[in-house]
Design a protein around this ligand. Structure first.
Ligand code: MLT
Length: 263
């Protein structure tokens, strides 16, 4: 898997497919680009698929500074510049959705389309941000097994498939405590993207697992109402990680949306 030093960090990404149309997949916290394996497989026949790891997660080098959405969007733009990709559809799940909205603010001309999955537009409350700081400190002292114990039940539907639990714990285990803490601290200071929704002019689909407890369907409906022409795909039998819990239904919605985009 390729790596390069870009934007001051050793960036790692997955690069598949040879299509002339590109798609960028932005992962959830605290996983890495490996969570997209089934989507990469589904899209690679028709698209060039790029899926980066964020700082300190997966194979990308970490640093203690907060992984703000602005910093990570700079990493993604540096990567696309390195790969000479000027236009792409951007798909983000949860933290990846926060990042997609920041990327839209920084580089709207990049987007051929946008897919916002199991995410929300609002910023953290003061209480939510304080909780992230507590989590960040615990991750640094207690390690990734503790992170997996905390996060896995929140990321999946109330009665999850055992194989998906194992996969999610494995993906979390390939990060670093420093990367987990940096991501929490970066998300804690992310801006409110609600005003951004009305500025979105590219074709947009919002996807939500019907059993998503972290960013429930009501959040998805609010985003759809705020983005002109956006459509909603609800995924039955899925929690927050709808792409992992119901890859068949998720991929059907995703590939249909991608097929409808202009190149
Ligand atoms: C994620 O799935 O990326 C996180 O749960 C997002 C968050 O903590 O807000």
């Amino acid at each position: 898997m390729p790596t390069a030093t870009l934007n001051g960090t050793e960036l790692h990404w997955r690069d598949a497919g040879r299509g002339t149309r590109a798609v960028v997949l932005l992962h959830a916290f605290p996983l890495h680009s490996g969570m997209w394996s089934r989507q990469i497989e589904a899209l690679a026949a028709t698209h060039r698929v790029i899926a980066p790891d964020y700082r300190g997660l997966g194979g990308t080098g970490g640093s203690p500074e907060p992984s703000t959405m602005a910093l990570l969007a700079g990493d993604v733009r540096a990567l696309l510049g390195h790969l000479r990709i000027e236009r792409a559809a951007v798909v983000g799940l949860s933290m990846g959705g926060y990042l997609a909205l920041e990327l839209w603010r920084q580089a709207p001309g990049l987007f051929t389309g946008m897919v916002l999955c199991d995410t929300k537009a609002g910023a953290d409350t003061a209480e939510g941000a304080a909780g992230r700081e507590t989590f960040a400190r615990s991750a640094l002292t207690q390690g990734l097994r503790w992170v997996a114990d905390q996060m896995t039940p929140r990321l999946l539907k109330p009665v999850p498939d055992a194989a998906v639990v194992t996969e999610v714990r494995h993906l979390i285990g390939e990060g670093t405590p420093v990367g987990v803490a940096a991501a929490q601290r970066g998300m804690a200071v992310r801006p409110d993207s609600t005003p951004t929704l009305a500025t979105i002019t590219c074709p947009t689909m919002v996807v939500v697992g019907e059993e998503d407890g972290l960013t429930p369907p009501a959040e998805a409906e609010k985003m759809v109402a705020g983005i002109r022409g956006a459509t909603l795909a609800r995924v039955a039998g899925a929690g927050h990680l709808s792409n992992l819990e119901q890859p068949g239904a998720f991929n059907e919605a995703l590939t249909r949306f991608m097929a409808g985009l202009a190149s």
